[in-house]
Design a protein. Sequence first.
Length: 408
Amino acid sequence: MTPVVFISAGEASGEQYGALVATELRRRFAADGGSVRIFGMGGPRMEAAGVERVVRSEDVAVMGLTEVLRHLPRIYREYQKLKKAIKERRPDVAVLIDFPEIHFRLAREFKRLGVPVIYFVSPQIWAWKEHRIRLVREYVRRMLTIFPFEEAYYRERGVEAEFVGHPLAEMAMPAITREEFAAENGLDAAKTWVGLLPGSRVPEILKNLKGMVDAAVLLGNEYEYIIPLAPTLTEKQVARIQGELSSLTLTGSPPRITFVRDARAALKHARASVVASGTATVEAALAGNPFVVVYRVSPVTYAIAKRVVKVPHVAMVNLIAGKRVVPELIQNDFTAVTIVEQFRRLLPDGPDRESMIKELKGVAEALRARPARVGATNAGAIGRVAEIVIEEMGAEIPIPAATTQDSK
């Protein structure tokens, strides 16, 4: 009988990891002359990787208390579709990637059905909502973390956890040259490029966009500005973002801004970037791209977060480093003037720029897992997740010596 795996991701970064896991599972089963059926929630990359999408992640990806409340009816309808599919198909194992608002509820359903749950990419309960640790203990068979400090956090609280490494840390940077990237996107290769990364979801992009563009106006037209957009965004959503940019009231000469689809290539070739807090900050660190972290949410969400968030830093890069490596400009501190003040230190060659690049290299190194178990393979993060999925479903599939991650 063909084994069945459920994989679910609700955001752009998780959706990318879900596609990699699906591809690796299919590869490993095919190597033994078999196959695997995969269904769940995800984006276009997961669909391209052979995942049957019961729910599209772009239909449920919202963030922030007030934002979630506004979209509750739609999110509830999509959740019910997932529950129905799970009960009908009874997968052998479930892989839930971040996105706790829906995934903890799904984990409870899987527990009822006797389906083992692997949680890949820990929800940030160590920062807030720590009471959710009881949900992890009750419903999650194995927690697979992508940040090194998380393994000890979970183990100390009675959860079987393993730091598998960060998938992005094992991926080669895009091979595209600066000239090729310029030609592909209509950029001026002779100019210095500045990255503007406002987020992956429409609400956060709209909240962060104006402050970034105002900063570009202050920096001036001697630079060219690049805004990468997540592949999970629909054409309608992209059109809305472009329309928002066109409608912005600016207090100076409009800078030249170009939308692109490859964030990693943009970070590779940009001189420095303004990055909304999230996975893109890790991508910037891995690219060695000096950056400033910014973020803005609704006033209600921010007021609640200030009271309950327990960590000393907002940016994941700073949490991994255990110190303030990159500047954090959050909520009212996120202004065009403060961004430009930081950029005046980071754009020119000098000790500030060199120091940050050195610190980012240290963060990148910390994100790469080392085999620490007896008989462990050096399969990389995605390969290790695939190994654990196969272990939990009890399938006797040989583990190939070379994995997708090893070849990169």
